[in-house]
Design a protein around this ligand. Structure first.
Ligand code: FAD
Ligand code: 2HG
Ligand code: ZN
Length: 491
C-alpha cells in the first residue's frame, strides 16, 4: 500500500472514530514529544488524584505541552476527535476541579511545563508569565526587582498561576489587594477548539468592549486554557508587623478589625481568624509548631500591617491599637513578632490549618462568605446547625475574616467512622449553606465550584443568571469538551 494511501486511511479513521484512539495518541505524541505525553498509568497518579484523596479519576493520557503552540495544537486535535479535556496546573484544587472523572475518557492538559517568567518590567510594574509558573516563583521574581506580587496562599509552593487565575484565588491578602483577577492586566487563552486568543496587553486602562479576560479568570478551566498572563506588580513592603492576638469573642474580632481599618486601613494587609480547636490540631500534627501565648483562648486573630515606607511607624501603631483594645476588653492577650523568622512562624500556625485538619481525619469543608459584619452570626448559627445534625461534630472554623470568608470546616466526631461521616457531606453542607443564605452570603468564596458544588451553583443561581452562564459556556465551548461537569453543567 502506498504511503499516501495509508495516511488517508489513518486520517479517515481518526475523524470517523470518536474519542482517544491510537491514531489520535500518535498525532498528539508527534506534536508534544515523549516528554509532553504520559500514557503509562504508573506515572499518572499525581495528575489524577485530588490532594485529599476525595476523588481519583482515570485518563487515557496526560498531555504536557511546552508552548502555547503545542497546547493549541493538542487542544485542536482533541476537539476534532471529540475528546474532553481537563486543564490542570498545580492540582491543589479544593473542589475536585482539576482532576478528570472516573469515566476514563478525559485527557488532562497540564500546563506545568509552561513555567517561564517571560518578562519582569519594574518600570511598567508588570510581569509576563506562562501559566505553569509556580506562585512562589512569581513572588520571588517580583521581589528580585524590589517589587511585590501580593497573591499569597498556603499552597503557593505548588499552585501555579494558571490555576490561581482559573480559580480566581483569594488567599491572605484579598483585604488589601483584591482577588487574583484584580492583579491581571492581560491574558492569553487557548479556546476549546484550539484557537489562540491573544489578549496579552499590559494596559492599565483599556475600555475596548467586553472585558473578556474576566470571563476566563474564575471559569475553572471550563472555557479554555490560560497559557500566559500579564500580572500587576506592586511596591515591595519594607515595614511589616504581624500580631497573634487572643480576642474575647468573634464579635470582638470584628470590632478589632474595624479599629485597625479606622487607624490605618491602607496598611492593613491581612486579618485572619482562628479558633482554639484549629490551633490545637496544628500543635498536635505539625512538627515544630508551638503556642505563642501562655494560656489557651477560644478565639484568635492574625493581623498583618505592611507599608513600602521603612519609616511607617507600624510597630507603634499596632501596639497602640492593641493596647487600647485590651483596655476595652476586646483583646485578652497578644504577641507581636520581632523578626522575619517569628513572623513566618506565626503565619505558619494559620497556614497549616488545612494540613493539620487533614491529618486529624475525615473533614467536610465549606468555603463560604457573608457580609463581614455577619461573620459572628455565621459562626454561631452554623455551629449550632451542625451540632444539631451530628452531635459531637468538631467545628474548625478559620479564615479570612477581613473579607467575610470563613472556612467553616468540620472534623469527624472523635472515635466516629470517617467514611460514614463523609457520606453526610451533602446534609452538613446544606445545613451550613442554609445559614449562609439567610445571611446573604455565598456557598463558594474563593475555592470555586468545581465538581463538588456544581449542583449547588445550579440551585442558587437558577434563573437568568444561570441561563446566561450556560449560554456563555455553549457559545465558547459548544461541544462541552473543556472541563465538563464542573462549575456550569449543561442539561
Ligand atoms: P489546579 O488545582 O490545578 O486547578 C484549579 C482549577 O483551575 C481547575 O478548575 C483547573 O481546571 C483550572 N485550571 C488550571 N490551570 C488552568 C489554566 N492554565 N487555564 C484555565 N484553567 C486552569 N485557594 C484560595 O483561593 N485561597 C487560599 O488561601 C487557598 N489556600 C490553600 C491552601 C492549601 C494547603 C491548599 C491545598 C489549597 C489552597 N487553596 C486556596 C486552593 C487552591 O490552592 C487554589 O485554588 C489555587 O489557586 C489552585 O491553583 P492550582 O495551580 O493548584 O490549580
Ligand atoms: C486557607 O485559607 C485555604 O487556608 C484552605 O483557603 C482552607 O483548608 C481549607 O479549607
Ligand atoms: Zn482561604
Amino acid at each position: 500500500m502506498p504511503d499516501t494511501m495509508s495516511d488517508t486511511t489513518i486520517q479517515a479513521s481518526a475523524t470517523a472514530q470518536h474519542g482517544f484512539t491510537p491514531a489520535l495518541a500518535e498525532r498528539l505524541r508527534a506534536v508534544l514529544g515523549d516528554k509532553g505525553m504520559i500514557t503509562d498509568p504508573a506515572e499518572m497518579g499525581g495528575y489524577l488524584m485530588e490532594w485529599r484523596g476525595l476523588w481519583t479519576g482515570r485518563s487515557p493520557a496526560i498531555l504536557r505541552p511546552a508552548t502555547t503552540a503545542e497546547c493549541a495544537e493538542a487542544v485542536r486535535l482533541c476537539a476534532e476527535a471529540g475528546v474532553r479535556m481537563v486543564p490542570q496546573a498545580g492540582n491543589t484544587s479544593m473542589v475536585g476541579a482539576s482532576v478528570p472523572h472516573e469515566t476514563g475518557d478525559e485527557v488532562v492538559i497540564s500546563v506545568s511545563r509552561m513555567n517561564r517568567i517571560i518578562e519582569v518590567d519594574p518600570a511598567d510594574m508588570t510581569m509576563t508569565v506562562e501559566a505553569g509558573a509556580v506562585l512562589a516563583a512569581v513572588q520571588k521574581a517580583a521581589a528580585d526587582v524590589e517589587c511585590l506580587f501580593p497573591l499569597s496562599l498556603g499552597a503557593e509552593g505548588t499552585a501555579q498561576i494558571g490555576g490561581n487565575l482559573g480559580t480566581n484565588a483569594g488567599g491572605n491578602t484579598t483585604l488589601r489587594y483584591g482577588n487574583a483577577r484584580d492583579m491581571v492586566l492581560g491574558l492569553e487563552v487557548v479556546l476549546p477548539d484550539g484557537q489562540v486568543l491573544d489578549m496579552l496587553r499590559r494596559l492599565r486602562k483599556d475600555n475596548t468592549g467586553y472585558c473578556l479576560r474576566h470571563l476566563f479568570i474564575g471559569a475553572e478551566g471550563t472555557l479554555g486554557i490560560i497559557t500566559k498572563a500579564v500580572l500587576k506588580l506592586y511596591p515591595r513592603q519594607r515595614d511589616t508587623q504581624v500580631a497573634f492576638v487572643a480576642v474575647e469573642s468573634v464579635d470582638a474580632a470584628l470590632a478589632l478589625l474595624n479599629r485597625f481599618q479606622r487607624h490605618d486601613g491602607a496598611s492593613l494587609t491581612a486579618f485572619e481568624y482562628m479558633m482554639r480547636f484549629g490551633l490545637e490540631l496544628v500543635y498536635r500534627h505539625i512538627p515544630g509548631s508551638a503556642a505563642p501565648l501562655a494560656d489557651p483562648h477560644e478565639h484568635y486573630c492574625l493581623i498583618e500591617l505592611s507599608s513600602p515606607r521603612p519609616d511607617a511607624s507600624l510597630r507603634q501603631g499596632i501596639e497602640a491599637v492593641l493596647e487600647a483594645a485590651m483596655a476595652d476588653g476586646l483583646v485578652r492577650d497578644a504577641v507581636i513578632a520581632e523578626s522575619d523568622a517569628q513572623r513566618a512562624a506565626l503565619w505558619r500556625l494559620r497556614e497549616e490549618h488545612s494540613e493539620a485538619q487533614k491529618r486529624e481525619g475525615a473533614s467536610i469543608k465549606n468555603d463560604v462568605s457573608v457580609p463581614v459584619s455577619r461573620v459572628p452570626a455565621l459562626i454561631a448559627d452554623a455551629s449550632a446547625a451542625c451540632r444539631a445534625l451530628i452531635p459531637g461534630i468538631r467545628v474548625c472554623a478559620f479564615g479570612h475574616v477581613g473579607d467575610g470568608n470563613i472556612h467553616f470546616n468540620l472534623s469527624v466526631p472523635e472515635g466516629a467512622d470517617g467514611a460514614a461521616f463523609l457520606k453526610r457531606w451533602d446534609e452538613v453542607a446544606a445545613a451550613v449553606n442554609g445559614v449562609v443564605r439567610s445571611l446573604g452570603g455565598s456557598f463558594s468564596a474563593e475555592h470555586g465550584v468545581g465538581r463538588l458544588k456544581a449542583r449547588t451553583l445550579a440551585a442558587w443561581r437558577e434563573g437568568p443568571e444561570l441561563d446566561l452562564m450556560r449560554a456563555i459556556k455553549r457559545t465558547i465551548d459548544p461541544g462541552n469538551l473543556m472541563n465538563p461537569g464542573k462549575v456550569v453543567t449543561l442539561p
